[in-house]
Design a binder for this molecule. Structure first.
Ligand SMILES: Cc1cc2nc3c(=O)[nH]c(=O)nc-3n(C[C@H](O)[C@H](O)[C@H](O)COP(=O)(O)OP(=O)(O)OC[C@H]3O[C@@H](n4cnc5c(N)ncnc54)[C@H](O)[C@@H]3O)c2cc1C
Length: 403
């Protein structure tokens, strides 16, 4: 028998893949129904997949070729076919973001069909049961739970990371893996809103701009374009979430968050031209491109009166303004933590697993998948793509071992 620990995206997919190959599967899940993160994903719509995947945009402290190999193990068109044909969930492309959602726009459909499909294939799903320990090696594994022990030939750990613990993932799998001697890379909240203390821009809460945000993480530059939303405590929106890991890691290393924002598609040259061509108020020139309140705040921060006309701008003022419009140093001092992070950065080192089967060579019979592993992608469906691909690979790997 194969025991899958955790009934989220990766665990459900692992149970399906193993059952399809004829294995006897029991999935043990602590919540009453599983897949709670699927339910809240994509604002309740579940962004099941991206329309294109770029492995280079995944973040990991493990060798990049392992991330690439795992993503390629189940190419996107195969994943899409599974959801549309095997599960019967037609997907629709949201053209402006490149995200795929169920046509029904209901995350519940995704969770319920995965659960139903696993059951139909013969998997036993055991809910409201907490796994407290995993012990063993080779062909004899014991999974200790709040309702007694299971004996298995293979165990698939799919307990997720530390993000949004209210969905059931509190890091158990990371702790169990560490206790089994596996290398766990430092974990941190990722795809998370950021905060500023003091909240210098609290008055702008609710304002959003289409921005380009740049950061540096471990010597690499990171760049994201998209919505930037001011919150009461700091900053959120896709562009912030996608670079948040760089800020989180820099701050944890005792450095500056070093986020620079270009508030629109306009670069320094375009602003120079727009200002030179205008006789109106500087604030009006900026507000033609940016939201009025943001424009006023940036002009005020550039130390000039709000009634300054573009034609009267002093050089020093123009330079300061353009710098703020195109390379604004966002005063980030922290993050919203795992409570709001969409994923966990870090996790079990990918070189602890065989990339073809997701089995731990050091712990034969133990398979790992999903967010537990040391990799995450940008928003847009990449993290489910990772969970589906690694879950399936672990299910197939465990079924082969079990046969
Ligand atoms: C608000 C939000 C929105 C998101 N939206 C998207 C999106 O639209 N698209 C996208 O691609 N990604 C999205 N993500 C990320 C995505 O949800 C995760 O990457 C994915 O769910 C990870 O799957 P997983 O199975 O590895 O972990 P999880 O989904 O966290 O599942 C782990 C499961 O293990 C169970 N478990 C944990 N410990 C135990 C234990 N000791 N005993 C028994 N059971 C246990 C948990 O209850 C849980 O059901 C979002 C995340 C959040 C938080």
């Amino acid at each position: 028998m194969i025991v899958v620990v955790g009934g989220g995206a990766a665990g459900l997919m692992a149970a399906i893949a193993a059952s399809e190959r004829g294995a006897a599967v029991t999935l043990v899940e602590r919540t009453a129904d599983g897949g709670r993160k699927i339910l809240i994903s994509g604002g309740g719509r579940c962004n099941v997949l991206p329309s294109a995947i770029d492995p280079h945009r995944f973040v990991s402290d493990s060798p990049p070729h392992l991330v690439r190999g795992l993503l390629r193990s189940w190419p996107l068109d195969g994943q899409r076919t599974f959801f549309e044909h095997d599960l019967g969930i037609p997907l629709a492309l949201e053209a402006e973001t490149g995200k795929l959602f169920p046509v029904s726009n209901r995350a519940r459909d995704v969770r319920d069909r995965l659960v139903g499909h696993a059951r139909r294939l013969g998997a036993t799903l055991v809910f409201e049961t907490l796994v407290t320990g995993v012990e063993g090696a080779g062909d004899v594994w014991t999974v200790r739970t709040s309702r007694g022990d299971y004996t298995a030939r293979a165990v698939i750990l799919a307990t997720g990371g530390l993000s949004v613990p209210a969905t059931g993932s509190d890091g158990t799998g990371l702790r169990l893996s560490a206790s089994l001697g596996l290398k766990v890379h430092d974990t941190y909240p990722a795809l998370t809103p950021l905060i500023a203390e003091p909240a210098r821009h609290a008055a702008l809460a609710g304002v959003s701009a289409h921005a380009r945000v740049r950061a540096r993480a471990d010597g690499r530059s990171v760049d994201a374009r998209g919505g930037l939303l001011f919150t009461h405590r700091g900053y959120s929106g896709p562009a912030i979430l996608d670079v948040s890991h760089a800020a989180v890691r820099s701050l944890r290393a005792g450095k500056d968050a070093a986020l620079r924002v270009q508030w629109s598609e306009m670069d320094a040259r375009s602003w120079e031209q727009a200002i030179a061509a205008s006789n109106g108020l500087v604030t009006s020139v900026v507000a033609r491109v940016l939201p009025q309140r943001l424009a006023a705040a940036l002009v005020a921060e550039s130390h000039m009166p709000l009634d300054r006309r573009a034609s009267e701008l002093r050089r020093r003022e123009r330079v300061a303004l353009i710098e703020r419009l195109t390379a604004y140093a966002l005063p980030v001092t922290g993050d919203e933590g795992y409570k709001k992070a969409e994923v966990t950065g870090g996790g079990i080192a990918l070189d602890e697993i065989d990339p073809r089967t997701l089995e731990c060579p050091a712990r034969a019979g133990l398979f790992l998948c999903g967010e537990l592993l040391d990799a995450f992608g940008p928003i847009g469906g990449h993290n489910f793509a990772w969970a589906w691909a690694t879950g399936r690979a672990a299910g197939i790997g465990a079924a082969l071992r079990n046969s």
